[in-house]
Design a protein around this ligand. Structure first.
Ligand code: MV4
Length: 506
């Protein structure tokens, strides 16, 4: 095992990796930006190195500074966490070229899975089902029309370099194709610097189910079962669970085997995730592979008993995986809620300020993976996710009750948070029945946050009122103090004025 590891990240995932290191007897080096001088991950690590100003482009994304900090402090490996540099091929290569270990897959595996068309070309010969569609970028609108005709409408245009839903367009009729192709190309070029777009048949109303895989450097690749991630909004997951109500043991085996075959084809080592769509008939289609530890890894840890982050470090240092695939099966049920500094009653507007009081849930079956404390300043430089609240219970019903109880224990004062939204989801009949798919949350959002859309006339008047009220405030201005003072005051601001405010910010 390594003697010392540098953690190239911040917030809850930096703390998660520090905890794993401590249990393994590994010393830790944190990195931090000027905005994070007083952040918990800096205090909890054995050493810490300042890597730049608050903007991540000048700190956490400066790979050469992380490598230099590791060399200077005598760290032997860098754990990148998620986001930031975790899936950059050049960074994995730079770490290796410096004689350090990248706690993640080989740079070649990141490259092999980075493009969606390349991933599809790996999946097909490995007998991993993909959505019907092309494996090459489209030349022009004529070719797009021919292929759409061949697979049948509706189709989905996707950026080859894509991820997170950018450069994606649903096309339902031939007349819309040319304009949609232009739009997808423009968006892809903007987001990824690459305008390659290809076609897939559009799958209606699927679930998003992903498989956790874990590989060692001796050729063993295992899967740890599925996570259900359908409760998402604008490609941001809000709630994840393991297992999925839609996955039987037989389907788990089939999806797990497919994920392992894909990982083998990609030359994968370390922890990774294969994303699938699962349609209403129980057919599954591989989408892409995420080559990092994921935010939602704890639900898998809680139902398998396998510490994924510890095993990332163990396999990176050359250890063999000691588990047999047929002994890995989920026990009980785990649910995770992402607690963000967003105001659900205001269109999930980011909320900023100082956390004046924090009370963290505890008790049976409750886990809090947080990056905040009383006194933390929440700004706009980084992701709004403050913490993850994760519960385990013997059954799904009991896990939902337990999450509801734990959310009631949670108090975050000083900023708005997603807590109340999560409470409403735990109380929702459809959620409790497991009747969720990728469009579920966006369809139910209005009723969950208690803001029914008003009639058009009212809506326009409200937009005008909000524009006047907001005239001297930038779109990312902090919430007005009177809206953060109490929940009651915040609640009185809801309704159609809240809706108008978010319309005005689009
Ligand atoms: C799809 C799809 C339907 N049909 N592909 C969105 C992000 C990217 N990872 C793939 N995505 C989708 N691909 C076909 N052929 C629907 C989505 C999709 C989605 C997928 C997973 C989680 C949330 C989603 C939200 C909207 C659309």
């Amino acid at each position: 095992m390594f003697r010392k590891v540098l953690i190239g990240n911040r917030g809850e995932i930096a703390l998660r990796v520090i905890r794993a290191c401590r249990e393994l007897g590994v010393k830790t080096v944190a990195v931090y930006s000027e905005a994070d001088r007083r952040s918990p991950h800096v205090r909890e690590a054995d050493e810490a190195v300042l890597v730049g100003p608050a903007p991540s482009s000048e700190s956490y994304l400066r790979g050469e500074r992380l490598v230099e900090a590791a060399m200077r402090t005598g760290a032997e490996a860098i754990h990148p966490g998620y986001g930031f540099l975790s899936e950059r091929e050049w960074f994995a290569r730079a770490v290796r070229d410096a004689g350090l270990v990248f706690v993640g897959p080989p740079a070649e595996a990141i490259a092999a899975t980075g493009s969606k068309t390349a991933a599809r070309q790996l999946a097909i010969p490995a007998n991993v089902p993909v959505v019907p569609g092309t494996t090459e970028a489209l030349r022009d609108a004529d070719e797009a029309r021919e292929t759409a005709e061949r697979f049948g409408y509706p189709v989905l245009l996707k950026a080859a370099a894509g991820g997170g839903g950018k450069g994606m367009r649903v096309v339902r009729r031939a007349e819309e194709l040319a304009a949609s192709l232009d739009a997808a190309r423009r968006e892809a070029k903007n987001a990824f610097g690459d305008d390659a777009v290809y076609v897939e048949k559009y799958v209606e109303g699927p679930r998003h189910v992903e498989i956790q895989v874990l590989g060692d450097s001796h050729g063993t690749i295992l899967h740890l079962g599925e996570r259900e991630c359908s409760v998402q909004r604008r490609h941001q997951k809000m709630i994840e669970e393991a297992p999925s109500v839609a996955v039987s043991p037989a389907l788990r085996r089939a999806m797990g085997d497919a994920a392992v075959r894909f990982a083998q084809a990609a030359g994968y080592v370390n922890a990774g995730t294969c994303e699938f769509l699962l349609d209403r008939d129980g057919k599954f289609y591989f989408l892409e592979m995420n080559t990092r530890v994921q935010v939602e890894h704890p639900v898998t840890e809680l139902v398998t008993g396998i510490d994924i982050v510890q095993w990332q470090l163990r396999v990176a240092s050359g250890e063999r995986l000691p588990f047999a695939q047929d002994r890995i099966a989920p026990v009980g049920w785990a649910i995770e809620c992402r607690i963000t500094s967003e105001d659900p009653a205001n269109g999930f507007l980011p909320s900023t300020g100082r956390i004046t009081h924090l009370h963290v849930p505890s008790g049976p079956g409750v886990r809090w993976d947080g990056g905040i404390e009383t006194g933390s300043e929440i700004g706009l430089h980084y992701d709004p996710m403050l913490a993850k609240l994760i519960v385990w219970a013997p059954t799904r019903d009991a896990a939902i009750e337990r999450m509801h109880r734990a959310l009631l224990e949670l108090t975050i004062e000083g900023i708005e948070s997603s807590r109340d939204f999560h409470l409403r989801v735990m109380e929702d009949d459809e959620f409790r029945r497991g009747a969720i798919e990728i469009q579920w949350l966006e369809r139910r959002l209005a009723s969950l946050v208690g803001t029914a859309p008003p009639a058009d006339g009212l809506r326009i008047a409200a937009i005008a009122a909000a524009l006047v009220a907001d005239a001297d405030r930038g779109p990312r201005a902090p919430a007005a103090p009177e809206r953060t003072e109490s929940r009651a005051a915040a609640a009185s601001q809801r309704g159609w004025v809240g809706l108008a405010r978010r319309e005005s910010l689009r």
